[in-house]
Design a protein around this ligand. Structure first.
Ligand code: SF4
Length: 508
């Protein structure tokens, strides 16, 4: 490890090669071998689209000469910059089907003085850039190498610019770095032949056929024997799979077929989803990265009261006050975010319609690149209206309750006052009644009072004295009992005339 401050760190190496795992174990120069294919799968599984992120370089100084090391003949091209003409003394050789035989013969060739000075050798036929952990196996090598050459050119220019276009200065700075860390045998490696540890079981003809089926090889034309998997033939690969030394996914023919199957399934599902969306009661709309509507179902057209909305900008149907919200929402979509929010659309007749929008980013399902966004639009105007009415009714109800309570309080207050008045009057009456009773009590004349039912309510002292009947014994008595002290019998007397109404009295 060159940088001491990273000595405690674990290193994950992003590589195109499954064999690097053994290399890191042997040299200690890496802790994890992360295949490019695995990273690609991770990005797809997690809906991460690198195209939506700004371009940026690696944190460390980018490679320059090393950019070509992974290409067939790349080592020779780099060496030519140090030792012009070395190419003539170099053997460039790639592909497992020839290099091992070549290496086996090499000692003899060296002894005979016929060996080249440099051997530029890569195991994989099309170099590391189409290694088994990449996703471009089977691609034209020109396509793959185009991007490598482009990067090599850009970085060469970058370093030359940094060194003021001085080739010698650039070379010198690289030599300084290399000599600072170099030690003898720096690149020495020992390889172990593990082949002897492997006991190969040979599948029967039927078993090979079964494996071919799993590899999507159904016809003679599918047996390509292209060696891209590292075996000389498809049968070699089938034997490796039979012995669990390899997997169908490492055959580029399999990958192509599987991709076709996945695409067909995806197309099929897409058709079904489209049918469902077209008949949905909710609106469905797709927009591209320029906010242009690229598709919409009938419900969406119904919501906007307009048939020809495809090709129009989404902003044509949105009030200015919502444009900032929509712009922010679309920016979120570029970062892969989903969201649900409410907004008003402007219908073709100028009316506003409140909708609930559930929007998501939209990816090209072949390339997994972001191509826009799609949304389900639910018309919630009726719901909003009901909500408004309810709120209004609620507010009204509250006001009514407040009014009623105020009236009740007023009535209560009035009642309280009336009660106070009655109590005052009653006290006053009681006082005057007591006074009258007292006066009547003290009168020297005999006085007694009956009520409208003929019951004695008052009997003063003078009449007690006159009749010998105590007030205690007579008060509360009726049925003309008050007549007995005077007439010896209970019978109507003069006082009973007050109980007869005026008309009857006059008539009689
Ligand atoms: S198994 Fe696939 S990659 Fe290997 S040789 Fe056959 S077709 Fe080529």
């Amino acid at each position: 490890m060159y940088y001491k401050h990273f000595s405690e760190y674990k290193i994950a190496v992003v590589s195109p090669c499954i064999a690097k795992k053994r290399e890191y174990e042997a040299t200690g120069l890496g802790d994890y071998n992360l295949g490019i294919k695995s990273i690609d799968k991770f990005l797809i599984d997690n809906n991460i689209d690198l195209n939506t992120y700004p371009d940026s370089n690696f944190d460390n100084p980018p490679a320059e000469r090393a950019v070509l090391f992974s290409s067939p003949g790349g080592l020779t091209k780099t060496l030519e910059r140090w030792i012009p003409g070395i190419e003539c003394d170099t053997r460039q050789i790639e592909g497992v089907e020839i290099i091992y035989d070549y290496l086996a013969d090499l000692p003899k060739i060296i002894d005979e003085g016929k060996a080249p000075l440099v051997i530029d050798c890569l195991s994989c036929k099309n170099g590391c850039n189409q290694g088994p952990a990449t996703k471009v196996i089977g691609q034209s090598p020109d396509e793959t190498e185009f991007w490598i050459k482009k990067r090599a050119k850009e970085l060469k220019k970058l370093y030359l610019d940094e060194n003021e276009n001085n080739v010698e200065k650039s070379k010198k700075s690289i030599e300084n770095i290399v000599s600072r860390y170099w030690y003898s045998d720096y690149f020495e490696r020992e390889y172990v032949n593990r082949w002897e540890n492997v006991t190969i079981k040979y599948p029967t003809k039927n078993e090979i056929e079964g494996i071919y089926q799993k590899m999507h090889k159904y016809k003679t034309e599918d047996i390509l024997n292209c060696s891209a998997c590292g075996y000389n033939s498809c049968e070699g690969m089938a034997i490796a799979i039979h012995n669990k030394l390899n997997r169908p996914e490492n055959c580029h023919h399999y990958l192509k077929r599987q991709t076709d199957i996945n695409l067909a399934e995806a197309e099929n599902s897409k058709d079904k989803v489209e049918a469902v969306l077209q008949t949905s009661q909710d609106g469905f709309v797709e927009i591209d990265l320029e906010e242009t509507i690229i598709s919409a179902n009938d419900s969406m057209k119904r919501i906007l009261k307009k048939k020809d909305i495809v090709g129009k900008s989404l902003f044509d149907f949105i009030d200015d006050k919502y444009k900032t919200i929509i712009t922010n929402e679309i920016e979120g979509r570029l970062k892969g975010k989903h969201s649900i929010y409410e907004m008003e659309f402007i219908q073709s007749d100028g009316n506003r319609i409140c909708c609930l929008i559930s929007a998501s980013p939209m990816y090209d399902f072949k390339t997994h690149t972001l191509i826009g966004s799609f949304a389900m639009i639910s018309d919630i105007s009726k719901l909003k209206e009901t909500e408004q009415k309810l709120r209004f009714a609620n507010e009204n109800l509250e006001q009514k309750v407040l009014d009623r309570t105020a009236k009740l309080n007023e009535a209560l207050e009035e009642l309280k006052q009336q009660r106070e008045e009655i109590l005052t009057q009653r006290d006053a009456l009681s006082d005057s009644e007591q006074k009258i009773n007292h006066i009547l009590e003290m009168l020297p004349n005999s006085v007694f009072i009956i009520n409208e039912h003929g019951v004695v309510t008052f009997w003063n002292k003078a009449i007690e004295k006159m009749t010998g009947v105590s007030s205690k014994s007579i008060i509360g008595k009726g049925e003309y009992e008050y007549a007995i002290p005077f007439y010896g019998e209970a019978r109507p007397i003069l006082i009973d005339l007050v109980r007869i109404d005026q008309t009857t009295l006059i008539e009689n």
